[in-house]
Design a protein around this ligand. Structure first.
Ligand SMILES: [Fe+2]
Length: 381
């Protein structure tokens, strides 16, 4: 049996934020905890969303303390504000970090306890506080998924939670909120979406619906990500990338991920590096190892990219896919070496050990040994 998790209401496309008011009114809540970060509050994006709350005659309080790679402290501080201010729902505004923090906040409010107790798969009993998730970057799909990641600062570990109770009530993806995003953020989040799509295709958890949406996402990413990075004001490219997020989000939310994410989470946890950059660097390395063992999904990926693999073997198609991924990474400005980002060889043993315990690891088509994980890290050190 396949189970498909998607939020029940999803607003997507140019200008859709301006249509949010009646949906907020329908929810019937009185006061929102707005979960976001300082930058989005200062640059005026938060005000565009709270205008919709005001029009719906809903009160709100802003919690803008979420850090990139949100922490357990962010979650518990947010819970304190939610309770103190007598909020009854959440509006999350941002890319992956505010969305992930909001999921943790919503689940701690309804389930009690400490967010550290929720690490792993379906560790809560009650649904999250209802949440309206307004996305501002094209990549993480955090507004669609049942996954979230919180950094435990004490253990220097990114805890991965997969929890059906974290699904939001309404998602909003308006490309007009993404126009001013800088090139490096656009590139990193776009490559994160590509990683979601490809890991969702090669995982044994893939099935007909997830293959269809993931392959459609791959096609659009190769076509529109370079345009969105080159010219942030290219509204068509930005809009197509919002569709990508939905397509890739449906795929990995329901098929699962693999070792690219399992390894990238550790780099993010220890060195506080951008998630999408870590994924982009690891994607060709892990997929080459996956293809060595089972290349059968790679001809379809090659065709989605637009590569001519007619008459070529699955192994040859895989080689071409991996080359195309590396070329795309270079084109959008992803760094080539982890050492450029401060990663040190002395840490690889611990990184590999924690990658093997990551919730995404079992989704990979093969389970590497610790030595094989270290070897993959070393290839891009
Ligand atoms: Fe990701």
């Amino acid at each position: 049996m396949a189970v498909l998790y998607v939020p029940s209401t999803n607003l997507v496309g140019r200008g859709c934020l301006q249509e949010l008011t009646p949906f907020i009114e329908d929810l019937g809540f009185k006061k929102a905890l707005v979960v976001t970060d300082r930058y989005l509050n200062d640059c005026g994006i938060v005000a565009k969303v709270t205008d919709q709350l005001t029009q719906a005659k809903v009160d709100f309080v802003i919690f803008d303390q979420v850090k990139p790679n949100p922490t357990t402290k962010n979650v518990h501080d947010g819970v304190d504000v939610f309770k103190k201010e007598n909020c009854d729902f959440i509006v999350s505004i941002g890319g992956g970090s505010p969305q992930d923090a909001a999921k943790g906040i919503g689940l701690v409010v309804t389930n009690g306890g400490d967010v550290r107790e929720f690490e792993g798969v379906n560790q809560t009993n009650k649904k999250s506080i209802p949440t309206v998730a307004v996305n501002t970057t094209a990549g993480t799909s955090a507004e669609y998924t049942i996954n979230y990641v919180i950094t435990d600062e004490e253990r220097e570990v990114k805890m991965v939670m997969v929890d059906k109770n974290s699904l939001v009530t309404i998602s909003v993806n308006d490309p007009e909120l993404m126009l001013d995003k800088p090139k490096d953020l656009t590139a990193a989040t776009g490559m994160d979406a590509l990683t979601h799509a490809i890991e969702a295709i090669v995982t044994p958890g893939a099935y007909g619906i997830t293959d269809a949406t993931a392959l459609a996402a791959v096609e659009k990413i190769f076509k529109y990500l370079p345009r969105a990075v080159e010219d942030g004001q290219d509204i068509e490219a930005r809009e197509q990338m919002t569709y990508v997020m939905f397509l890739a989000g449906v795929a990995f939310n329901n098929a699962g991920l693999g070792y690219v994410h399992a390894m990238a989470h550790q780099l993010g946890g220890v060195y506080d590096l951008p998630h999408g950059v870590c994924n982009a660097m690891l994607l060709p390395i892990v997929e080459r190892e996956n293809a060595k063992r089972d290349p059968k999904k790679f001809p379809a990926i090659a065709k989605a990219i637009g590569l001519d693999v007619e008459g070529k073997s699955a192994e040859e198609a895989a080689d071409e896919v991996i080359r195309a991924i590396t070329d795309l990474s270079n084109k959008v400005g992803i760094p080539a070496k982890l050492s450029e980002l401060g990663v040190e060889e002395v840490d690889l043993d611990k990184l590999a050990e924690n990658a093997m315990k990551d919730a995404c690891a079992p989704g990979n088509p093969f389970i590497p040994t610790k030595e094989e994980v270290i070897a993959m890290f070393k290839e891009i050190l």
